[in-house]
Design a protein around this ligand. Structure first.
Ligand SMILES: *[C@@H]1O[C@H](CO)[C@@H](O)[C@H](O)[C@H]1NC(C)=O
Ligand SMILES: *[C@@H]1O[C@H](CO)[C@@H](O)[C@H](O)[C@H]1NC(C)=O
Length: 160
C-alpha cells in the first residue's frame, strides 16, 4: 500500500503535465488556424467587429417618401425623407447570419414592402455598404460593385 501511493501520484502529475502541454499547443495553434482560413478565402464570412450600413437615397426628383423599417427586435419608426436626402442605419450582422430588416416605402404614386437587408442574401452581395436608390420607376438595390441587381417595381397606391 505504502509504495503504491507515490506511484499513483507521479502518474497523476504526468497527466497534469500532458494536459498543460496540450492546452499550450491548442492556444498557440488557434490563431494560425484562423489566418490560414482567411488566406484561403473561405466562404464562411465573419464580419468581425465591422458594422454593415444600409443607405436608402431619395432620387424621386421632387417628392418625399415615407419609410418604416423593422427587424425582429426593433421598430425603427416612420421617417419622411426629402429629395436627395437618404435614410441610413448600421448594425452588426449576428453570429447566426439571420439578421433581417424589412421596410415599407411609400410615396405619392406607389408603395412596396421588401427585405432591405437580409444576411443570408447580402453577406455575399454587399458586405459592408448596402445602397438603395428610390426612383420614380422602381427601387434599385446595388451590390458591392455598384450594379443594380435588385429592382423593385411599385405597387400603385390605389391597390392598397
Ligand atoms: C416633404 O416633407 C416635408 C416634411 O415632412 C414637408 O415640409 C414638405 O412639404 C414635403 N415636400 C413635398 C414635396 O411633399
Ligand atoms: C447621405 O446623405 C448625407 C447627408 O445628406 C450625405 O452626407 C451622404 O453622403 C449621403 N450618403 C450616401 C451614401 O448617399
Amino acid at each position: 500500500m505504502n509504495n503504491r501511493i507515490p506511484n499513483y501520484k507521479s502518474q497523476f502529475s504526468k497527466i497534469v503535465k500532458l494536459m498543460i502541454l496540450a492546452l499550450f499547443i491548442g492556444l498557440w495553434e488557434a490563431p494560425c488556424a484562423t489566418s490560414t482560413k482567411a488566406q484561403a478565402g473561405e466562404s464562411s464570412i465573419d464580419t468581425g467587429s465591422r458594422k454593415t450600413r444600409v443607405t436608402i437615397t431619395n432620387n424621386l426628383e421632387g417628392s418625399n417618401f415615407t419609410i418604416h423599417c423593422k427587424s425582429k427586435d426593433d421598430d425603427m419608426g416612420t421617417h419622411v425623407i426629402a429629395p436627395q436626402e437618404n435614410y441610413s442605419w448600421e448594425f452588426k450582422v449576428n453570429f447566426w447570419h439571420t439578421t433581417l430588416f424589412f421596410c415599407g416605402v411609400s410615396w405619392r404614386d406607389g408603395s412596396l414592402v421588401y427585405d432591405f437587408y437580409k444576411a443570408s442574401r447580402d453577406l455575399n452581395r454587399c458586405l459592408y455598404y448596402c445602397n438603395w436608390y428610390v426612383k420614380r420607376d422602381a427601387v434599385y438595390g446595388l451590390n458591392e460593385v455598384g450594379d443594380p441587381d435588385i429592382v423593385l417595381r411599385w405597387s400603385s397606391k390605389s391597390e392598397n
